[in-house]
Write a protein that binds this ligand. Sequence first.
Ligand code: ACO
Length: 382
Amino acid sequence: MSTESVDRYYPGLEGVIANETAIANVEGKEGAGGLEYRGYSIEDLATGASYEETAFLLLHGDLPTSSQLREFDGRLRSSRTLPLPLVDLYRQIPSSIHPMDVLRTSVSVLSHYDPEVNAPPTDHAANVRKAERMIAQMATAVAYRERISKGLDLVAPREDLDHSANFLNMVNGQVPSETMRRAFDLSLVLYTEHELNASTFSARVTVSTLSDIYSGIVAAIGTLKGPLHGGANEEAWKVLEQVGSPENAESWIQDALARKERIMGFGHRVYKTGDPRARILKEYCTRLAAEVGDDRWERIAEPIEQAVTSQKNLPPNVDWPSARLYHYMNLDIELYTPIFAMARVAGWSAHVIEQLDHNRLMRPRARYIGPPNREIKPIEQR
Ligand code: ACO
């Protein structure tokens, strides 16, 4: 029996340092707050790196040279097709099932068809290759299931399009404008990594038993789904719809807070003064609203932000602007969280690989608060 104290208890593990990592830093530069991926600020990555470059950075440790990027991108483009049994499965699964649940199943099925399915879970190089295949295939999985559930013909992946343009083309059957492609790509860059958030933690816990990378990603998808985490981008859109008009914002928020409801898309466990990702994406919401010629949702979002800030002092998180961004791209609300997952898979994989490279089983303790020293009575006396 270990002797660690059960007096020190951190509900929700708040403030607990459970890992060392070289992947992301939420302290920002010199502890001033902000987000960095492998030492690069997200503000710099947002203007200076594509999703492909950022995914390479996370998986391989540094930004790619042009030849490394060409090869990496080539590998992604040539890995986009899905095993046929998975496509057939989409035709069997009821269209009412949420795409996030289907994505969780998809990754599990993809693992069965991975060419290196029998590689040891600690094989670093094989795990990187598996991660690259998942990045490519999860995008196709989200798009194919969406088209099948709507009774639409599939749009095959196009090797002449980058990751973002190809995804939007597969879903909408139309190559996006450059502004849309850029905004979508930026959202993937901002969604792809975030230190030891709940889903990344669950992926690391899963593989800390020396389970495999696919199991880690399946666990992460199940964790991301909840509305307190990734599922919040879908819920944030519902807030906008329910508020319905700029004039309604102040009273709607007041009533919701009086009922002790959570305003989805606001607040954050780590960022108490503002999520830097939300600040970057907001500007792109304005640009896309102008491009589609409809600023209604921007006009509703602004007074909601003001009301939540003034009444509860909670700034928006990344899920608040991303909901509007995806709406302007004509994407179904139920795709918002799966898109988060298909971006985050690069960060999850980097963490899984880091965990397996320096593994120690994750096994915390709980403080027991149940009844003590009970004696078993014979069944007829209970
Ligand atoms: N709306 C209303 N009140 C809130 C919100 C919110 N969005 N967020 C926090 N609070 C309040 C709580 O009710 C509580 O108030 P009280 O002290 O008066 O009881 C206080 O702030 C502290 O709340 P906790 O839940 O303890 O804080 P925590 O650090 O766990 O919150 C969380 C983080 C879960 C993200 C929370 O802010 C929340 O529920 N937000 C809404 C869901 C959301 O947007 N999630 C996405 C997060 S970002 C991401 O995962 C990509």
